[in-house]
Write a protein that binds this ligand. Structure first.
Ligand code: SAM
Length: 340
């Protein structure tokens, strides 16, 4: 099965199920994924400077710590000056991609987002700007693209209707989320989808549906990380997603999509102190250190005990560089575009 995947042949649902439900293939799978990532990206690891610029959100997703129904969160928004200052710090540290991520915050109108994108691109020509600000109408996405945004991250979360409905409030729909992803693709964004591993109620069949959806979408980036419970959600007593399963899926994704930009996420680093390094060895080729001001980091609390909330950006970058090197890879200072 692994050779089949490596040779770009599809697997049947039964074969995917077999890969997912046992750890017997893990060693071979991880090794094959690393070979494929090295054949496309060598030992390069791309940096994305994550700026969590608002934790206001109009949505009430059942799993998320910044859901609007959580009254225990102290809400914040970064000013344009604060955002540009994060970029300045990141640029000096060699970052050439900035990711503006936030809750769905109505304060940030299309005009304000476009102004932010333009200001970053004017101040730092040649950098890539990624937006991760949720579901919008196609016209808004078009304006963001015209303002200069290059990429858009919007995890589909789960490709199965009933599972989506269990994780989200009734006013959110899987159909709209998927539509957004196809709209973004059509508008020429480099697009990222993805899902949490081990979200409440998730089965292997759901994961196979996720893989099938990704085959249809053919995204440039795939963000996966373990689900981690947050104390102010109904899932506070649920188990976190599993490290082995997350690594298994990273490897499967690398084999299925050799060119894909695949981050070793903060959530992975949160469930295991060496999570990022393990992710890189299993096919991941992107890291997304946090550039948000330290005083706000704890407030962007999607889940409990989030890693790297206390370090200054420079400290964080130095620590990451050493970790990536020790894992056998090399951080490069470039935009890190997809190599299709
Ligand atoms: N609002 C934007 C959106 O909907 O795409 C971006 C921000 S949203 C908080 C970013 C991602 O955080 C989500 O796509 C979700 O997969 C992840 N997330 C939220 N709660 C989580 C949790 N408890 N554990 C792990 N990941 C979580």
């Amino acid at each position: 099965m692994i050779t089949k995947l490596q040779n770009r042949h599809d697997l049947s649902d039964e074969e995917f199920l077999e890969l997912l439900q046992t750890d017997s293939y893990d060693d071979v799978l991880h090794k094959a994924a690393d070979e494929v990532r090295r054949s496309v990206y060598g030992d390069e690891v791309f940096l994305r400077g994550l700026i969590e610029f608002t934790n206001y959100c109009k949505n009430n997703c059942n799993y998320c710590g910044i859901r609007c129904g959580n009254t225990n969160v102290e809400r914040y928004r970064l000013s344009k000056e604060e955002i540009l200052s994060c970029c300045e710090t990141g640029f000096k540290l060699g970052f050439r991609t900035f990711v503006l991520q936030g809750g769905e915050d109505p304060y940030f109108t299309d005009e304000r987002i476009c102004d932010l994108v333009k200001s970053i691109k004017d101040a730092y020509p040649g950098v890539a700007v990624t937006l991760s600000i949720g579901e919008k109408e196609k016209e808004s996405y078009r304006k963001f693209k015209e303002a200069g945004a290059d990429r858009y991250l919007l995890r589909h979360e789960t490709a199965t209707e009933e599972h989506y409905a269990a994780l989200h409030p009734a006013e959110l729909s899987l159909a709209h989320r998927k539509q957004c992803l196809f709209d973004l693709k059509e508008l020429g964004f480099q697009v990222g989808a993805g899902f949490m591993v081990g979200s409440p109620g998730q089965t292997n069949e759901h994961l196979i549906a996720d893989l099938r959806f990704l085959q249809k979408l053919q995204p440039d980036m795939i963000g996966i990380g373990p689900f981690i419970p947050h104390e102010d959600t109904i899932y506070r007593n649920e188990k976190a997603g599993d490290l082995a399963m997350t690594l298994r899926l990273l490897s499967i994704l690398r084999l299925m999509f050799p060119y894909v930009l695949l981050p070793a996420t903060t959530a992975l680093a949160t469930i295991d102190p060496k999570g990022r390094e393990k992710g890189l060895k299993c096919g991941a080729n992107v890291v997304m250190p946090n550039l948000s001001p330290v005083e706000f980091r704890k407030q962007y609390s999607l889940y409990d005990n989030k890693a790297c909330t206390g370090e200054e950006a420079a400290e964080c970058a130095a620590c990451l560089e050493a970790r990536v090197k020790a894992a056998g890879y090399r951080i490069v200072s470039s935009r890190g575009d997809v190599r299709r």
